[in-house]
Every structure is written in C-alpha cells, then in structure tokens.
Design a protein around this ligand. Structure first.
Ligand code: PMV
Length: 330
C-alpha cells in the first residue's frame, strides 16, 4: 500500500455527454488513441455520467460497476494505469458509474464515462491536473471523451507530437455564451453498433474516400470555428449536416459497409428537412449508431421535439441545452 495515498481515498465526478458537429473518425495513432482529424462538439446538459473512484489496498484487480452491474474493467484499467504511473503506486480501485440515460445506446456514454473517470481517478489520487492534461487522459479511454472535459462548444486537436501531448480538446465558447438546443431521437435501444475503434480501422484500410476525408477536415473545422465565433446558426447547422453525411459516406464505402441507420433514422432526417421547409431552422447529425440528434434554437425546441416524437419508429425523444464541463461532486 502506498503510504502517501492511504486506503479509501475517494472522489466523485460528473461529466456530460457530447455530440460532434465536425466528426472524429480515424486515428493517427491507435495505441495512444490519437485522432487523425480534429473535431468540434457541443456538451449536453441532459445526459451525464456520475463516477466514484475509491482506492482499495486490499484488491488485486480494479473493479468496474456500471448502473449496479459488474462490467469488464479492461478499458477502465488502461486509464487507471496512467493515473497510477503518475502518482507512482500500484493500488487498485473500485469504479462505480451511473448514467442518467441508457448505456451503449448511441448516446455517447463512453464520452461522458471516460471524462468522469479521468476527473474522479485523478481526484482520488490527489493529482491536480489542468483541463488539457485531463483531456489527454480522457482521450486514452475514448477519443470523444477528451471533449467532455469542457462545457459548451469544444474543439479537439489532432496535434503533431508523436506522444499525443498536443492532442487535446479546448473550449471555443461556454454553454451560456450561445444557447443552442439539441433534441435526441432514439430509434433503437441496446448495443448493436460496430465498435467505433474497429470501424475506424476498417474505414482507413478500405474506403476509397478516406484520403479525401482526411484532406477536407481542416476546411470544415475552420468553417465551423467561424460559424461559432459569428453565432451563425444556419451556417453551423448546414455544416454539421454536410460533415455528418460525409462521415457516413465514408462509413458506407467501408468494406464491409458500416451502415448505422435504420428506417426510423432516415424518416427522422426527412422530418428535419420538413421542419426547415416550414421555416424552422433545425439540422441533424448522426454518430456511429441509429439515433438522430437535432440542433435548433431554444425557442424552436418544443416544435422539434413534438415533430420527432411523431416520426414512425422513434421510441423516445430527449431535449437538452448545452452543459458544463466535467467536474468534481465530492
Ligand atoms: O470516441 P469514440 O471512439 O467513441 O468515437 C466517436 C466517433 C463518433 O461519435 C462517430 C464521432 C465523434 O466525433 O464523436
């Protein structure tokens, strides 16, 4: 047992999920989990993970509990090993997480989960890290988790350093700086998607669009940065749809094809276009799963939610404002 740490050192953290407007798909370093393209996201108030980390001198292995069930700790232990290396001891921990939304249903639980783990584990270990260091640590668990360290609008950098020390996310605008609403239409429950790590490797290896995806990323990022700086919602929305469909074109041209959509996904896209035809500025985005996330201005969120709820195959609709960065609860 480490003398300076003591058994039972504990911390609790909350991190919110995030949705990318300019997407991350592809890695420049798989071992260090460094993205091949930058990304820009919004952090969501309504969806979050709470995680408690407790150091336990009596344990031989880390224990990971999620929503009350024991789960495989392999990925969690990889992040914990980095924290242990930093403080120079071997003590194992109990990690206990709860999501206030369905786990693994395409609602970015790995983003909120690994961001909460980074804050809780370093807190329990007595480390005081900067947001940049926390973002780098969260990235080792899941690329999108690097962005959930920050609230509001966040940009993830690929960096150029071989060790990933400049591959981190930073805030572009705070949640209160530009209120935007996100409505999530759930079209399927359960974990059916192809894991993103596997999918990214397959896209890089087989899609003829992959080089174009890499080459065109910088332009999308700079245009999105400009749209956010100017608070230009139409530009932000159009670019979000374009970048999302470009990522799905890459996925569809992967061998074997990564087809994440179901019939209700497509019906929801048409419903969003129908809203726009009726004068409601609403724009969709979709990740590696069948759920549809819709961006709107807060004044239109009620009509967006009501419209999506009527789409055949949409099981549930959740609205969210933009939320804060990951933080300690105890
Ligand atoms: O962080 P991961 O490995 O779950 O990958 C996230 C990939 C997308 O959700 C499809 C895009 C993104 O930038 O979040």
């Amino acid at each position: 047992m480490d003398e300076t740490l003591g058994g039972g050192a504990t911390a609790v953290a909350r991190a919110h999920s995030n949705i990318a407007l300019v997407k991350y798909w592809g890695k420049r370093d798989a071992a260090l989990n460094i993205p091949a393209v930058g990304s820009i996201s919004v952090t969501l108030e309504a969806l979050y993970t709470d995680t408690r980390v407790t150091f336990r001198p009596d344990l031989a292995h880390d224990e990971f509990w999620i929503d009350g069930s024991r789960s495989d700790a392999t990925r969690v232990s990889r992040v914990l090993d980095l924290v242990r290396a930093r403080v120079g001891h071997e003590q194992r921990v109990v990690v206990s997480s709860t999501n206030n939304f369905p786990t693994g249903a395409g609602l970015a639980s790995s983003a909120s989960g690994f961001a909460a783990l980074a804050v809780a584990a370093t807190g329990a270990a007595g480390l005081e890290l900067t947001d940049r260091e926390l973002s780098i640590l969260a990235r080792r668990g899941s690329g999108s988790a690097a962005r959930s360290i920050l609230g509001g609008f966040a940009e993830m950098h690929t960096g150029v350093a071989a060790d990933g020390s400049d591959a981190y996310a930073e805030q572009l605008l705070g949640a209160a700086d530009w209120p935007v609403s996100v409505t999530v239409a759930i079209t399927e429950r359960g974990e059916k998607s192809i894991n993103s790590t596997v999918g990214m490797v397959e896209s890089a290896a087989t899609s003829p669009f992959y080089p174009t995806w890499l080459d065109s990323a910088a332009e999308d990022l700079s245009e999105m940065r400009a749209a956010i700086a100017a608070r230009d919602f139409a530009r932000l929305g159009q670019l979000s749809e374009y970048n999302c469909l470009k990522m799905h074109a890459l996925m569809l041209t992967t061998r074997p094809a990564l087809l994440y959509w179901n019939a209700a996904t497509v019906a929801a896209l048409h419903a969003v276009r129908g809203l726009r035809a009726d004068g409601v500025p609403a724009y969709f985005t979709i990740d590696a799963g069948p759920q549809v996330k819709v961006l709107s201005l807060p004044a239109d969120s009620a009509v967006v939610q009501a419209t999506l709820a009527l789409v055949p195959g949409v099981l549930e609709v959740r609205g969210s404002t933009l939320g804060p960065g990951a933080h300690r609860l105890a």
